[in-house]
Structures are given as structure tokens and as C-alpha cells.
Design a protein around this ligand. Structure first.
Ligand code: BTN
Length: 312
């Protein structure tokens, strides 16, 4: 752990109270102040963190999380094409699972099915995580489902919003999309070499910064105030760490929480997958995370991706 991370961990742990820094740590304070941290120093009481900057910093995020896997290394780029691409470039060389790459903005952020994902500078969390799950490729949907549960739970815990999941992996508030997840797998038909979990959360976007054509929202719009991005990043990474473990070890527990959060379950829906369209009743998730759709003729169809419209 770097000295800066150690200092920030003390500050965050003290939640605004004074802390004592070692003689070795104190010379690092001007560096933090230059980055926008406001620190009050007192001759007897020590130092306390008064304000944090609205910017994501790897050492700061690292100081805020104590996770098992997710966020083992955290990098932040000022701008990149897509954080999924950065992780892809770094994944080959034996990089440890859990690497999380954030960007303050993306020039070519992408969503599912090749859609553009708008990623305006410092307005949200745009990040990707490298995973090496030892499961069959067909079961990778479990990880995406678990991630959607984690993001919804983190948003509720952090900002009190009623975040729900629209299958397969949109996180919505009041029926409007607030976050999206893009999982990309690399490997063979029978083996996952690695997967990249890309997550976008619209935090401080104003309405005009959100995509047109779909009902979208942000935490700013939902809560009426700008939100602390680094603080939410830590809550999301921690929730993802728990959810990832459950996805691999006890997926039934994930299904249970997902069922409470999912707005699609129990509804009559139409799913489009390229040229194919199927209608049916969204009945349940199976053990791999696929949606089981009961058609009018009683046939059960397993669906692993697609766009849905809720019919009634
Ligand atoms: C979707 O809802 O279609 C998925 C959106 C995923 C967006 C995130 S932002 C970070 C990561 N980098 C990307 O280019 N996409 C994902």
C-alpha cells in the first residue's frame, strides 16, 4: 500500500475526526492538497480531512475499499476510449483478477448490442473489472445477474433510491435507466479465459447529458443533489465483491435477491434477439442465470440475452 493510500485510509476510517499521522506520512500532505483534498492541521489534535475533490484517484479508491477480489488493483484514467478496452489490453499478461479500471470520461463507451454509452467527464462512474471465474461459459450470466443485484443494492444503500433491475442487466429507478452492465467474455466454447465486467452509472448527469430515445435518469435527477462519486465507487466495489463470491458459490442466494428487485419477473414480455422475437411469461431464472420464458403453448424457452418489452 502506498503512503498516500495509508494516509487516506486513516482519514476515511476516522470519518471527519482528527487522526495522528506519522513523521513519514506528514510530508505527503501537500501532495494531497494539490489534488484537491482539504486537510485541517492542528498542533495537538493531528489532522482531519475536511473535503475531498470531485475526482477519482486510484490511491483514494484503494484506500476506501477492503475487498477480497474486486479492486485488487484500481487504476483511473482521465480519458480513454472504453474502460473495457483498457482491461482487455491488460488482461493477457497474467494480470490478477479483480483489476478495476475507471475513466473520468470515455470517448467510445459502448453498451450492449453495440450501442453508444455516453460517458461525460466526471459525471458518473464508468469502469470495468477483470474477472477470471472458473465456471463454464454458459454460466457467465450468473456474474452479470449478480452484478446487477450489487449495483441496485449499492445505489439503494448509498442514495436511498428505489433501484430495480430490468432484465437482463439494466438498473432502473422509477422505470428509467440509471445504470447498465456490459459483460464481455474471452475464451473458448468450453472455457472462460477471462471476462470483463463493464459498468456505467449515471450519477451527476443533467437530463440533457443523458441519451435520448430511452427513458434515462441519474442520481442527481432522482435525489436533487450532486453525489460523491468516489464514495459511491467504494460502495459499489464492495457490493460487487460480495456478489461475485455469491455468484460462484451460492447462486441461489443471488436469485432470491434478484427476484425481489426485478421488475420483469412475473410479467408478460416480448424479447427480441436480432431478427427473432419471442413472447411469454417471465417465470424465473435458472441456475446459470438464464431467464425462463413460458410461451402460450406451455413451452419453456431459456433466454440469455436480448431486449425486452413488458407487455402487461
Ligand atoms: C448497457 O446498458 O448497454 C451497458 C452499458 C455499459 C457501460 C459501461 S461504462 C464502462 C464500460 N466501458 C464501456 O465502454 N462500457 C461499459
Amino acid at each position: 500500500m502506498s503512503e498516500v493510500t495509508a494516509i487516506l485510509r486513516k482519514f476515511h476510517g476516522a470519518a471527519g475526526e482528527f487522526v495522528r499521522l506519522t513523521a513519514g506520512e506528514q510530508p505527503k500532505l501537500p501532495e494531497l492538497e494539490k489534488l484537491g483534498f482539504v486537510i485541517e492541521s492542528h498542533p495537538h489534535l493531528g489532522h482531519r480531512l475536511v473535503k475531498t475533490p470531485d475526482r477519482l484517484l486510484g490511491e483514494d479508491l484503494q484506500a476506501r475499499v477492503q475487498t477480497r477480489v474486486i479492486g485488487s488493483t484500481i487504476l483511473v484514467f482521465e480519458e480513454t476510449s472504453s474502460t473495457n478496452d483498457v482491461v482487455l489490453r491488460m488482461a493477457g499478461s497474467g494480470t490478477q483478477e479483480g483489476l478495476a479500471v475507471f475513466a473520468e470520461s470515455q470517448t467510445r463507451g459502448r453498451g450492449r448490442r453495440g450501442r453508444v454509452w455516453m460517458s461525460p467527464k466526471r459525471k458518473g462512474l464508468w469502469f470495468s473489472v477483470l474477472l477470471r471465474p472458473r465456471i463454464a461459459p454458459v454460466a457467465l450470466t450468473r456474474v452479470t445477474v449478480a452484478a446487477s443485484v450489487a449495483v441496485a443494492r449499492a445505489l439503494h444503500q448509498f442514495a436511498g433510491v428505489n433501484a430495480r433491475i430490468k432484465w437482463p442487466n439494466d438498473v432502473t429507478v422509477g422505470g428509467r435507466k440509471l445504470a447498465g452492465i456490459l459483460t464481455e467474455m474471452h475464451g473458448e466454447a468450453d472455457e472462460i479465459k477471462f471476462a470483463i465486467l463493464g459498468i456505467g452509472i449515471d450519477m451527476n448527469c443533467r437530463q440533457e447529458e443523458l441519451p435520448e430515445g430511452i427513458p434515462a435518469t441519474s442520481l442527481l435527477i432522482e435525489t436533487g443533489e450532486a453525489q460523491d462519486r468516489a464514495a459511491l465507487a467504494a460502495v459499489v466495489l464492495t457490493a460487487l465483491d460480495d456478489a461475485y463470491r455469491l455468484a460462484l458459490e451460492n447462486f441461489d442466494a443471488v436469485i432470491e435477491e434478484w427476484a425481489q428487485l426485478c421488475t420483469t419477473l412475473g410479467k408478460q414480455i416480448a424479447v427480441t434477439m436480432g431478427p427473432r422475437r419471442i413472447e411469454g411469461h417471465a417465470q424465473a431464472l435458472d441456475g446459470d442465470g438464464a431467464l425462463l420464458l413460458r410461451q402460450d403453448n406451455g413451452r419453456i424457452e431459456r433466454i440469455v440475452g436480448g431486449d425486452i418489452v413488458v407487455e402487461k
